[in-house]
Design a protein around this ligand. Structure first.
Ligand code: UAG
Ligand code: ATP
Length: 537
């Protein structure tokens, strides 16, 4: 079966000789067998399940398996050659289906994969305007803000991120925040083929640590912030910072825009190897005096939801701007996006105008049910992706000012991920929300009840009597419970899963989406109300 990513490959890919690829990267063949002179390739992949006929299969050693062990599947799908390390070549030598294939040796197959793909597709990243956004929180929101601005100057754009992979209006679900390096290159190549002239992408720390950006030098790199997350992978904050910092080295970006609200951003701006625009987004903070760009005023509550703000530019000129989404964090994201898009060539006024009206960002403070008075009587219901302690604080603080009644939160915490944050998240919710419904997020291989217990231990620190604290053993039930508990003056915020289309429980991905469940629960209540009215009539 072809991976859906195949749909975002170029329809008419460059065809290049495998011998030229070997020459270009000084690759030697394992065991002395040569590369047939007329052997051509049209694609590169690191995943055997994604191979299309004509691909070079780059077999990468991983934490779980060596890609080389999956060469038979790659061959069956039409791989024409294998690039791998010595250990991989030894594995391939034992696979009869691969006996006819040239095997090219390289020390670091994962590191070279993006460069091979960039070479094959003739460096598509050099022929489109590119923006990459990294940081713990705000990547998705900022990316969509930037895309809205880029669209003022480019008819067709490419978006790659957590929510989707999209060329113009053609989108597929994204398997992760940043796809493998050869996929980045083939999507850019497909974008160019279909007339896209600009691309904006989210860049995760995993991507930087695992070479997924190799082969691409983005035009402008953006940094939002660095907060506790992914310590299971990076070990400590220093390791996490160093991974992010790679995007700001020569060869990875031409220039950068860095939010300097936190100490990590200030350090990054100092250590970056490329020209940097600094942006201070906290009104009155000391950084505002020295940053190139600064938010000098911000008012929450524009249209009852978003915020208006003033952005001072490097020449001292003040620009009136706005964020369409609630909370000061989105002022931060909007300010960063405006400067990123401007540095990527969009006139400043157009960038400001476009960002101010970029409402639709899936699962990011998404307004799913509007506040409605009786007879319907519904609370305002938001779906938000906050899944780190800092993001949770900011999300709850953003929603408090637009909540006349009680703040109701439905939340959980991921299984098989940083365990330390569970009680911290519980304590934050207990402190900043009024009513808590503790439930599951993606339990993965863990026992869901023990994850909830860890969250509840943090809740108890703040609220020993567990008043207004509920536990629901399914997320769907939790959402129904929240709707039962809330009245029209309350706000329900469902955090942690955002746009996610599935819930992973015990190794199985179930179709699940907070927004859809919320809408169904809302429709269910409406139907029940009508039924009751019918009975009373
Ligand atoms: C920690 C991490 O990122 N691991 C990635 C890493 O896994 P790994 O080194 O263990 O690789 P492996 O599974 O042993 O496989 C080795 C090689 O064999 C290949 N293979 C494997 C099986 C097979 O049948 N056929 C095949 O070809 C794989 O494609 C791979 O190239 O390399 C694999 C492919 O090369 C990735 O699939 C895998 O991402 C896993 C799925 C993952 O969950 N990554 C997450 C943590 C991630 O990257 N998240 C960030 C966002 C984080 C955030 O901000 O929230 C992201 O960018 O999405
Ligand atoms: N600039 C910011 N600073 C802190 N928190 C933020 C910021 N922007 C957004 N958030 C919070 O973090 C959550 C995630 O936002 P968003 O999806 O834009 O970030 P992300 O970096 O893409 O996260 P992920 O990589 O986990 O998808 C939001 O729902 C919001 O609550």
């Amino acid at each position: 079966m072809t991976s859906p990513q195949g749909r975002l490959r170029p329809e008419h890919p460059h065809s290049r000789r495998v011998a030229d690829l070997a020459d270009a990267f000084a690759l030697v063949t394992a065991g002395g067998a040569g590369v047939p002179d007329d052997l051509e390739t049209t694609g590169v992949t690191v995943a055997s399940g994604d191979v299309l006929p004509g691909d070079v299969f780059v077999a990468v050693p991983g934490a779980r398996t060596h890609g080389a062990a999956h060469t038979a599947q790659a061959v069956a799908s039409g791989a024409v050659a294998v690039v791998t390390d010595a250990a991989g070549a030894a594995v391939v030598a034992g696979i009869p289906e691969a006996a006819h294939l040239p095997v090219l040796l390289v020390e670091d197959p994962r590191g070279v994969a993006g460069h091979l793909a960039a070479w094959l597709h003739d460096h598509p990243g050099r022929r489109v305007t590119t923006v990459g956004v990294t940081g713990t929180n705000g990547k998705t929101t900022t990316t969509y803000f930037v895309e809205a601005a880029l669209r003022r100057a480019h008819e067709k754009t490419v978006v790659m991120g957590t929510v989707e992979l999209r060329i113009g209006d053609e989108a597929i679900e994204s398997p992760r925040t940043t796809v493998e390096a050869p996929v980045v290159q083939s999507i850019l190549a497909a974008g160019l083929e279909r007339g896209a002239t600009a691309a904006v992408m989210e860049v995760s720390s995993h991507a930087l640590a695992l070479g997924r950006m190799n082969g691409l030098e983005v035009g402008v790199a953006g940094f939002t912030n660095l907060q506790r997350d992914h310590l299971d992978f990076h070990g400590d904050m220093e390791g996490y910072f160093q991974a992010k910092a790679q995007l700001f080295r020569a060869g990875h970006a031409q220039r950068a825009v860095v939010v300097v609200d936190d100490a990590w951003g200030r350090r990054l701006a100092e250590e970056a190897e490329v020209p940097v625009d600094t942006v201070a987004t906290h009104v009155g903070a000391p950084e505002a005096a020295t940053a190139d760009w600064a938010v000098t005023e911000a008012d929450i509550g524009l249209d009852g939801v978003g915020s208006s703000f003033v952005l001072r530019g490097p020449d001292g000129t003040e620009h009136r701007a706005a964020s369409p989404l609630p909370g000061l964090v989105n002022v931060s994201n909007a300010a960063l996006a405006v400067v990123l898009a401007h540095r990527a060539g969009v006139p400043l006024a157009d960038a400001i105008d476009a960002v101010a009206t970029a409402h639709e960002i899936p699962g990011r403070m998404e307004r799913v049910i509007e506040r409605r008075p009786a007879p319907d009587e519904r609370p305002l219901c938001l779906v938000d992706y906050a899944h780190t302690p800092d993001a949770l604080v900011l999300a709850l603080e953003a929603v408090r000012p637009i909540t006349p009644g009680r703040l109701v939160i439905v939340f959980g915490s991921d299984g098989d991920r940083d365990q330390g944050k569970r009680p911290i998240m519980g304590a934050i919710a207990a402190r900043l929300a009024d009513v808590l419904v503790v439930t599951d997020e993606n339990p993965r291989s863990e026992d869901p009840a023990s994850i909830r217990a860890a969250i509840l231990s943090g809740v108890r620190e703040e609220r020993p009597d567990l008043a207004d604290v509920h536990e629901a053993t399914s997320r769907t039930q939790a959402i129904h419970d929240a709707l039962d508990l809330a009245t029209e003056t309350d706000t329900i915020i469902i955090t942690g899963k955002g746009h996610e289309p599935t819930q992973e429980i015990a190794g199985v991905f179930h179709r699940y989406n907070d927004r859809d469940v919320l809408r169904a629960a809302d429709a269910d209540r409406t139907a029940r109300a009508h039924e009751q009215q019918g009975q009373h009539a």
